[in-house]
Design a protein around this ligand. Structure first.
Ligand code: PBG
Length: 328
């Protein structure tokens, strides 16, 4: 034998030298759930270790994250039922607590990259991402609502607007609205290939945002489809997206790789709530070792082609990397 691949695996120094993929906290986005009120830190039972925070409890939490090297956060609002209506009016209301909190967070932590979520579901009495009429999700009538929501978020100080609704034409509509309002430097991270997945359960528990009737299959993508992801990618590029996202991540590594090979835009992958919950459950049962299995999981998403990963494990990853204790 003159060829022995094991020679390049012989020592830690050699393995480190030839390692192809490296994970750092720079590439991570930490999802956080915000709720109106004071002194609240309520755990999401289906996603242990994750909480709905009120602004006053979120601030020290974010300080801790910044000390660990995390800079990027996507923030989701948990809106009380009484404020929801058919047209998601609260999403751009003057007294919206999510927008007000963002103003304060951006002022307090100017070095952070704050990312929003654009879709009607957290504000909609129907629990859908678009406008519902006679059981149908209307596309074109939803676009102005998303555009208004996006401008309000840009105004509040979000660095990046992230439409997760999967309406046709929304990236273009949002780009135009942002530019018209003068927010030419606010980025758009499009949920490009977002699948109608069974893995969003804990997230919908967190926001109490599950659809009241029907499912999301007429707008979110069929898990069987890959080329359709490429079609969405081509449209998002044309419409002015700055980043493209694949969601979920682990069950869709092939889609991440496909999009990465077909665009010059950075690719983000959303390691969604259900994917994280599965791993937590196995580790809590003692069936897997969290400190080993979790970083391997994130690495696999990066290796597939994701430049950026949204994961509920961001903080634990940062702690492990720094040799700090973690609790499950
Ligand atoms: C809202 C939205 C969802 C997620 C992110 N934005 C839920 C959904 O589409 O039903 C899911 C994220 C997760 O599961 O972690 N449109």
């Amino acid at each position: 034998m003159n060829i022995r691949p094991r020679r390049n695996r012989r020592t830690a120094a050699i393995r480190n030298m030839v390692r192809e993929t490296r994970m750092t906290t720079d590439n991570l986005i930490y999802p956080l759930f915000l709720i109106d009120g004071k002194g609240i830190k309520s755990e999401i039972s289906s996603l242990p270790g994750n909480y709905r925070w009120s602004l006053d409890t979120l601030i020290p939490e974010m300080e801790e994250c910044l000390e660990l090297g995390l800079r990027n956060f996507v923030i989701f609002p948990a809106v009380e039922e009484a404020l929801k209506d058919k047209i998601a009016t609260y999403s751009y209301a003057e007294d919206n607590f999510y927008l007000e909190a963002t103003r304060q967070l951006k002022e307090k932590f100017p070095e952070t990259c704050l990312i929003s979520d654009v879709a009607m579901d957290p504000y909609s009495s129907d629990g859908h991402d678009g406008l519902v009429e006679n059981g149908k999700i209307l596309n074109d009538e939803t676009l102005p609502i998303l555009a208004k929501m996006s401008v309000a978020q840009a105004q509040a100080g979000f660095d990046i607007i992230a439409p997760s609704d999967m309406m046709d034409g929304r990236v273009g509509a949002i780009r135009e609205a942002l530019d018209t309002a003068g927010y030419i430097n606010t980025g758009i991270m499009s949920y490009t290939a977002k699948y109608a997945s069974a893995f969003y359960g804990p997230f919908r528990d967190a926001l109490d945002s599950a659809p009241k009737a029907g499912d999301k299959k007429t707008y979110q993508m069929d898990p069987a489809n890959k080329m359709e992801g490429l079609r969405e990618a081509m449209l998002d590029e044309e419409e002015g997206a700055d980043y493209m996202m694949v969601k979920p991540a682990l069950n869709y590594l092939d889609v991440i790789a496909l999009l990465k090979d077909n665009t010059t835009l950075p690719i983000a992958a959303y390691h969604v709530s259900g994917e994280c919950a599965m791993l937590i459950a196995a580790c809590q049962n003692g069936w897997l070792n969290f400190e080993q299995a979790m970083p391997e999981t994130l690495l696999s998403i990066k290796r597939a082609g994701a430049d950026v990963i949204l994961t509920y494990f961001a903080k634990q990853f940062a702690r492990i990397q720094r040799g700090l204790e973690i609790s499950l």
